[in-house]
Design a protein around this ligand. Structure first.
Ligand code: AMP
Ligand code: ZN
Length: 487
C-alpha cells in the first residue's frame, strides 16, 4: 500500500494515513439536509469526498463509506434557535414533512449521479436511527454531562470542558468561544451559553416527533452523526469529513458527545473541504447566492452565459485542491470546459497513436508524479497539471514531433484509466450512455450520407450537412484517416 498523507484538522498537520484495521477503512461524511435542493457549494464537498473515497479504493482499501441524510432535527440557527427547517418547508410547499424529505433526497441522488459520484456503502437517515440517538443521550445524562429541562435535553459544555478540550478541533479556548456567543436571556432555559440541544421537545404543531424518556420530541442535529457513525463504523473510526463550516459547531459537538457517552475519541483523521464562493462570498442557501446544478447544466440562470456539462463542472471543481477556496465564475468555468475537452480529445487521439521502435519520453516518471500528488493530501490540482504533461506528449506524438513505443502508449492508457476515469471520476460521455450510443449511430449515418454525396459530387448536399451540423453544435473535421466529429 502506498504512503498516503492526509491533512488532519484535529492536529493541523499532514499525517501518514494508518487505518485502524487495514485493508478496511471507515469514512463518514456529513450528508445533505434534505429540506431543499443542494446547491453547487454542497456538491463541491460531496465531489471532494467522492474523490477521497475513489482514491482510497484505488489504493486497495476496502472502504465502508457512510454518508448520512439529515431528515430531522435541523433548526434554523446553529445554536438550537428558530423553527424546524423541515416543518417550515412542509408548510410552505403544503406537503407532509416526509414528502419534503423524499423529494429532496431523490433530487440529491439524481444530481450526485449526474456528477458521476459513487454511491456510499450506507446512506443512513436521522429518522431511521432515533433509538440509537436516544440511547446515546441517556448515556450522556447518566455520565453527568447533559441535563433535562422541560422536555429538552442539553449538553453541558462548561462541565465537559473541565475534563476535555471542547475547542480542540478549531484550536480555540473555552473563553474565546464564550466571548463569541451571546449572553443568555431571560427566556433561555439552558444553563450555559455554549450548551447545545441533544433532544428538543415537540411543540403542539410539530409533526415529526418521537416518544422518549423526556416526552415527545425530536433529536438535535449533532447527535445523529455521532449515533450513526458509531453504529456503522465503531467507537473510533478512520476518517470523518464535511465542509469547513461544520468544524466549529457540528463536528466539535460530535467529538464532545462521543467522549461524554463512551469516553473515546471518535475519529482519527478529521478532514474538511473549503468553500465554493461567488465573488468571494461563500455560496449558501441563506446568502441567496446559490446556483443549482440544474441551472448550470442548462445555462438557465441570469448570471450564466451558457450551460456546462456535468463532467466539465466536476473537472472545474477538481482543478482546485479541496482545502483551497474555489471561486465560481463564467470565465473560470469556460477555462475548465476547454481544459476538460483537451484532456478528453487527447484520450481519443491516444487510441489511434502509432508506436515507434524507440522512445524519447519517460511516461513512468509522469505516473510516479501522479501518485506523489495524490499521496500528498489528494492534491488534484497538481495531479491534473501532470496529466496535461501527458496530453502534450500525446498531441506531439500525433503530430510526429516525438516518438512513443507501444509500452509508452499502453502506460498512457493506464494513466488515463487510473487517474482520469477511476480516481478523478471523469467520463468522456455526456453521462447518458444510451443517448451517447444513439448519437454515435446517428453521426455515423450522417457522415456516411455526406461521404456518398461527396463521392457523387453533390457538394451542395455535403456542405449543407456540414453547416447544419455546425449549427447544431457539432463540429466535423476531414482528415486523411476519415472524418471525425465532436460536440
Ligand atoms: P447542508 O445540506 O447545508 O448540511 O450542507 C451539506 C454539506 O455541504 C456540508 O458538508 C457543508 O459543509 C457543505 N457546504 C455548504 N456550503 C458549502 C460551500 N459553499 N462550499 C462547499 N461546501 C459547502
Ligand atoms: Zn454530521
Amino acid at each position: 500500500m502506498q504512503s498516503l498523507f492526509i491533512y488532519n484538522t484535529l492536529t493541523r498537520k499532514k499525517e501518514e494515513f494508518k487505518a485502524i484495521n487495514p485493508p478496511f477503512a471507515g469514512l463518514y461524511v456529513c450528508g445533505p439536509t434534505v429540506y431543499s435542493d443542494v446547491h453547487l457549494g454542497n456538491c463541491r464537498t460531496f465531489i471532494s469526498f467522492d474523490l477521497i473515497y475513489r482514491y482510497l479504493l484505488h489504493l486497495g482499501y476496502k472502504v465502508r463509506y457512510v454518508r448520512n441524510i439529515t431528515d430531522a432535527g435541523h433548526l434554523e440557527g446553529d445554536r438550537d434557535e428558530g423553527d424546524d427547517k423541515f416543518a417550515k418547508k412542509a408548510k410552505l410547499e403544503q406537503l407532509e414533512p416526509m414528502e419534503i424529505v423524499q423529494k429532496y433526497t431523490v433530487g440529491f441522488r439524481d444530481i450526485m449521479r449526474e456528477f458521476n459520484t459513487l454511491p456510499p456503502s450506507i446512506e443512513p437517515t436521522a429518522t431511521g436511527h432515533i433509538c440509537e440517538q436516544i440511547e446515546m443521550v441517556k448515556e450522556i445524562i447518566k455520565n453527568g454531562l447533559a441535563y433535562e429541562i422541560n422536555g429538552n435535553v442539553y449538553f453541558d459544555v462548561e462541565k465537559y470542558s473541565k475534563g476535555f478540550n471542547y475547542g480542540q478541533l478549531t484550536n480555540r479556548k473555552l473563553e474565546e468561544l464564550l466571548e463569541g456567543t451571546r449572553e443568555l436571556g431571560g427566556q433561555d432555559e439552558k444553563r450555559g451559553r455554549l450548551d447545545f440541544a441533544l433532544w428538543i421537545k415537540a411543540k403542539s404543531e410539530t409533526i415529526m416527533r418521537w416518544p422518549s424518556p423526556w416526552g415527545w420530541g425530536f433529536p438535535g442535529w449533532h447527535i445523529e452523526c455521532s449515533a450513526m457513525s458509531r453504529k456503522y463504523l465503531g467507537d473510533t473510526f478512520d476518517i470523518h469529513g464535511g465542509g469547513m463550516d461544520l468544524q466549529a459547531t457540528h463536528h466539535t459537538n460530535e467529538i464532545a458527545q462521543s467522549q461524554a457517552c463512551y469516553h473515546k475519541t471518535p475519529v482519527n483523521y478529521w478532514m474538511h473541504t473549503n468553500m465554493l464562493t461567488v465573488n468571494g462570498v461563500r455560496m449558501s442557501k441563506s446568502a441567496g447566492n446559490g446556483f443549482l446544478p440544474g441551472e448550470l447544466f442548462t445555462g438557465n440562470h441570469p448570471l450564466l452565459e451558457k450551460g456546462y456539462a456535468p463532467m466539465a463542472v466536476r473537472f472545474f471543481m477538481l482543478q482546485t485542491h479541496y482545502r483551497s477556496t474555489l471561486d465560481f465564475s463564467n470565465e473560470a468555468l469556460q477555462a475548465s470546459e476547454k481544459g476538460f475537452e483537451r484532456l478528453m480529445e487527447a484520450y481519443k487521439t491516444l487510441q489511434s497513436l502509432k508506436a515507434s521502435a524507440n522512445s524519447s519520453e519517460n511516461i513512468a516518471a509522469i505516473q510516479s508524479k501522479c501518485y506523489e500528488a495524490m499521496n500528498d493530501d489528494f492534491n488534484t490540482s497538481i495531479l491534473i497539471a501532470h496529466l496535461f504533461d501527458a496530453v502534450r506528449i500525446i498531441n506531439s506524438a500525433n503530430d510526429g514531433k516525438l516518438n512513443l513505443t507501444q509500452a509508452d502508449i499502453d502506460l498512457l492508457k493506464i494513466l488515463y484509466n487510473d487517474f482520469v476515469f477511476d480516481v478523478l471520476g471523469l467520463k468522456a460521455e455526456s453521462g447518458n450512455e444510451r443517448l451517447d450510443t444513439a448519437l454515435q449511430k446517428v453521426m455515423d449515418l450522417m457522415l456516411e450520407i455526406r461521404s456518398k454525396a461527396k463521392t457523387g459530387k453533390d457538394f451542395k448536399l455535403s456542405d449543407e450537412i456540414r453547416d447544419k451540423l455546425i449549427a447544431a453544435g457539432i463540429q466535423i473535421k476531414d482528415t486523411k484517416e476519415g472524418t471525425t466529429w465532436k460536440v
